[in-house]
Design a protein around this ligand. Structure first.
Ligand code: C5P
Length: 209
């Protein structure tokens, strides 16, 4: 297969992670969920009881992030995602993590990366860029079903408020705000199943192969 780099960005609970995994599987490419790298930094501060605005502690944690050792399970908690978006505003932290993400993207066969700034900052020369969105209400509903399917409970209006707050922080920060790259293909999945989103993404990708 040809070397192929696929950059996928989008807001919280947009379905970009699920899409990235399916595409990586289908095209036999390694996949990096870059959100996990920011989560690892947030998690390190939480477990050490350090405030989330402690830049030097966040830098130390970022330096120690090991892409081969990201524990999705331990990093999946809601408050870890919240902490991740707090430490993700620090340019020095971003630079350390972006260097590691670029090294991953540089694998000879290519890779799939998903996050907030892949098409704009991490892999500006990606072969394909997708920007996945859905309305905040639909994203909140998907997140709720996700939590319930794992036996959990949550309140739809609280999830929606969290999503809106996280979007504002990620789109409003100075360094690498969430936004579609100029050459990204927009995929609005508000009225799309995951299967339909996968097929739409395949159509875009197969056109460059
Ligand atoms: O995608 P996920 O919810 O795991 O991301 C957690 C947080 O990490 C995001 O809200 C965002 O602030 C940050 N992030 C980022 N750049 C990325 C990936 C994630 O700033 N490429």
């Amino acid at each position: 297969p040809l070397p192929l780099t696929i950059a996928i960005d989008g807001p919280a609970a947009s379905g970009k992670g699920t899409l990235a995994r399916r595409l990586a599987d289908y095209y036999h490419l390694p996949h990096l969920d870059t959100g996990l790298t920011y989560r690892a930094v947030g998690h390190a501060l939480i477990i050490h009881g350090l405030p989330l605005d402690n830049v030097s502690a966040a830098e130390t944690a970022a330096r120690q992030v090991d892409l081969g050792n990201l524990d999705r399970e331990a990093l999946s908690a809601h408050e870890v995602g919240e902490a991740a978006s707090r430490v993700a505003v620090f340019p020095t932290v971003r630079k350390m993590l972006v260097d590691k993400q670029r090294a991953f993207a540089a694998q000879p066969g290519g890779a799939v990366l998903d996050g907030r700034d892949i098409g704009t900052v991490v892999c500006p020369d990606a072969d394909v860029k997708l920007y996945v969105t859905a309305s905040p209400e639909v994203r909140a509903g998907r997140r709720l079903r996700d939590i319930e399917s794992r036996g959990g409970h949550a309140d739809l209006s609280e999830i929606l408020a969290d999503i809106v707050r996280r979007d504002e922080r990620d789109m409003g920060r100075e360094d690498s705000p969430l936004r579609p790259a100029a050459d990204a293909h927009l995929l609005d999945t508000t009225e799309m199943s995951i299967e339909a989103a996968f097929q739409a993404a395949r159509t875009v990708i197969d056109a460059v192969l």
